[in-house]
Design a protein around this ligand. Structure first.
Ligand SMILES: Cc1cc2nc3c(=O)[nH]c(=O)nc-3n(C[C@H](O)[C@H](O)[C@H](O)COP(=O)(O)O)c2cc1C
Length: 219
């Protein structure tokens, strides 16, 4: 059964030119486009800039059958860009006609290697869906997002294997009209790189930056 045809991706990362949030969301949209969905992507750091753009964001949200909110974890929660967008959408929908089913899922990635850091942010999105009249179909949680570092998943090699598997399953579930299967949630949460290797990369990057700025002796 394929009845819902339009999917909107909201990217909540302020990182430019590319973010892991966008890489994950785009991969999902590409799979959905192959399944016949119309797709649209809005980068929130641009989409919230003026009244006109905010209006366009709300119109795009109204058109969407499936809303995908992809963002990085900031201080154990949602980035302010995402909070602002969700508040605007909730206000806009209050008292409106919500008889047309619209589905929502969240994709959250964090810097620490463990995906559980994203649990609270996912719970906030689930609560938002309920209060703003969306059908919550699930949340995907990636740890160690820095290892992808905004690269398109197709170019990220073996590290992207689990996220790709998760997003393929997610696309199939959306096309079927169902909620995200547990297998998709588990695949996204699986470590994409051994914790020790990720920590070593972080340490190495930190030292390199210090050297670049001439402060390595102050670490
Ligand atoms: C302001 C700020 C706060 C952050 N807070 C957290 C945090 O609480 N926990 C965590 O694991 N990562 C945290 N991170 C790291 C990001 O979640 C991580 O780098 C992520 O992969 C960035 O994804 P993006 O490329 O989609 O922006 C923070 C990053 C920034 C810039």
């Amino acid at each position: 059964m394929t009845t819902s045809r339009q999917v909107l991706l909201l990217v909540g990362s302020a990182r430019r030119p590319r973010s892991t949030s966008e890489a994950l969301g785009s991969y999902l949209l590409e799979r959905l486009a192959e399944k016949g969905f119309g797709t649209e992507t809005l980068l929130l750091h641009r989409a919230l800039k003026s009244g006109e753009k905010r209006e366009a964001l709300l119109e795009a949200t109204d058109r969407a059958d499936v809303l995908v909110v992809a963002f990085p974890l900031y201080v154990d929660s949602l980035p302010s860009l995402v909070i602002r967008a969700l508040e605007l959408i909730a206000d806009h929908r209050e008292g409106g006609d919500q008889s047309r089913p619209q589905r929502l899922l969240a994709i959250v990635n964090c810097g620490f290697p463990e995906a559980q850091h994203n649990d609270t942010a996912i719970a906030i999105c689930r609560r938002f869906a309920r209060e703003a009249g969306f059908e919550w179909i699930g949340g995907l949680s990636l740890g160690g997002g820095g290892a992808i570092s905004g690269r398109p998943l197709a170019e990220a090699g073996g590290m992207a294997r689990n996220p790709i598997q998760s997003l393929e399953l997610t696309a199939a579930a959306i096309a079927e009209g169902g909620a995200l299967p547990e297998e998709a949630v588990e695949a996204m949460a699986r470590s994409i790189i051994p914790s020790w290797a990720y920590r070593w990369m972080g340490w190495f990057g930190w030292r390199q930056q210090a050297r670049k700025h001439g402060v390595q002796r102050q670490l």
